[in-house]
Write a protein that binds this ligand. Structure first.
Ligand code: DOR
Ligand code: ZN
Length: 441
């Protein structure tokens, strides 16, 4: 029997408590009388959070193993405090069949660092023309409930309507990359004063907002759930706020980078800042932070998008879009939301664990820190300060926009069903004893 005692951690930022874990389950909380034989983790000064759950991770396998693999990506996730990630479907081949989603799911279990919940494509080949086999992916061992053509927008209204109708039967959700394709053809960055000065083709806010407006109306019409990926503008916030005030079935996510960075950074022409949707303005950042605090935006999702050096070390126009997120997400959220007084740690747990698990309908993840619950936990040292050093990342890629920037906090331990995937800040290397119960156990 494995036994671990965590001593002195502030559970969800509250009072220090002791937490006893036996055989992967929390068995005592508060003051633990009897813990003979337990491995003790001294955690005074640290915050204990539920294991983080990411709704939006690009693991790149199959097909782009030069960027990331399921193993390297889930090691990065564990270092970031995640115990479950949703793996996006824009792989090669695309995850649009039961076979591919099962393969990704199985690779996640074999790696053993973090539960991998595959996202299925909405349309065959992400082409936007023909619905993929959503039911077969749902019925597969991977048990897919989240579907997305992320990277591309499901722009045909009829296809979007059919997808919403189809997943309604099993309480699935369509995660939309809201981006009107014609309005964003050739776009290089946010459309605004900076793009005008730099002479780069702009990506107007209306391209995102018009699709969100259509899709909340469609979701309400069908009575089926839509989730808005990486919402990035103040106008998008207003539309989601309105839709929620009318009881429409919409949820939304924001990335860490959209909570912190702006299009001013593009003046450097450093492609590390090239991302889709693009970095927006200071006013957008402010609106996104407020919306995350007031619940208009439900969750933080990383959009972890690894790219190899040769796809980023080139001129701006030719560079790939996307940035790493898993290993810095909680630091950025502490900096942007907690240290600014906008959120407390319980609020962070809601937005980075409980709610994403609920949206993805994961049952064994995003659970309260309570007796009888699986011990998916992260210990966070909020007082740690260090410049971001990508050389130490577990990801196979290095495209972080935070290189050299001082960010707060550090994961000291991540526990997946009681087993340390990260201990004393370092990945453990023999996690192969993953029990039979996966993400949806
Ligand atoms: O910047 C992005 N990169 N946005 C997306 O939607 C896709 C992602 C990727 O796959 O690289
Ligand atoms: Zn996207």
């Amino acid at each position: 029997m494995s036994k671990t005692l965590i001593r002195g951690a502030r559970v969800l930022g509250g009072a220090p408590q002791e937490v006893l874990i036996e055989n992967g389950v929390v068995t005592a909380l508060g003051t633990v009388a009897e813990a003979g034989g337990a491995t003790v983790i001294e955690a005074a000064g640290r915050i204990l959070l539920p294991g983080l759950v990411d709704l939006h991770t690009h693991l790149r396998e199959p097909g782009r193993e030069d960027s990331e693999t399921v193993r390297t990506g889930t090691r990065a996730a564990a270092r970031g405090g995640y115990t479950a990630v949703h793996a996006m479907a824009n792989t090669f081949p695309v995850a649009d069949t039961a076979g591919v989603v099962e393969q990704v799911w199985r690779l996640g279990r074999e790696a053993g660092y973090c539960d991998v919940q595959p996202v299925g494509a909405v349309t065959v080949g992400l082409e936007g023309k023909q619905l993929a086999e959503l039911g077969a992916m749902h019925d597969s061992a991977a048990g897919v409930t989240v579907f997305s053509d992320d990277g591309k927008c499901v722009d045909d209204a009829v296809i979007m309507r059919r997808a919403l109708e189809y997943v309604k039967a099993f309480d699935g959700v369509i995660a939309q990359h809201a981006q009107e394709p014609r309005l964003t053809e050739g776009a290089q960055m946010n459309e605004g004063t900076v793009s005008a000065e730099l002479g780069l083709a702009g990506w107007p806010a209306v391209a995102e907002e018009s699709v969100i407006a259509r899709d909340v109306l469609l979701a309400a019409h069908v009575g089926s759930r839509v989730h808005i990926c990486h919402l990035s503008t103040a106008g998008s916030v207003e539309i989601v706020r309105w839709a929620k005030s009318r009881g429409m079935p919409v949820t939304a996510e924001v990335t860490p980078h959209h909570l912190l960075l702006t299009d001013e950074l593009v003046r450097s022409y450093d492609p590390v800042y090239k991302v889709n949707p693009p970095l927006r303005t200071e006013a957008d950042v402010r609106a996104l932070r407020e919306a995350l605090a007031d619940g208009t935006i439900d969750v933080v999702a990383t959009d972890h998008a690894p790219h190899p050096q040769e796809d980023k070390d080139c001129e701006w126009a030719a560079a790939a879009m996307g940035m790493l997120g898993l290993e810095t997400a909680l630091s950025v959220v502490q900096h942007a939301m907690v240290d600014t007084g906008l959120l407390d740690w319980a609020g962070v747990a809601e937005r980075m664990s409980f709610r994403p698990a609920r949206i993805g309908r994961l049952t064994g993840q995003g659970r309260p820190v309570a007796v009888g619950e699986p011990a998916n936990l992260v210990l966070w040292d909020p007082d740690h300060r260090a410049p971001v050093e990508p050389a130490g990342f577990a990801s196979r890629s290095r495209n972080t926009p935070y290189r050299g920037r001082e960010l707060p906090g550090r994961v000291t331990h991540t526990l997946l069903r009681g087993r340390a995937t990260v201990a004393d800040g370092a990945l453990t290397d023999a996690p192969a004893d993953t029990p039979a119960d996966g993400a949806r156990a």
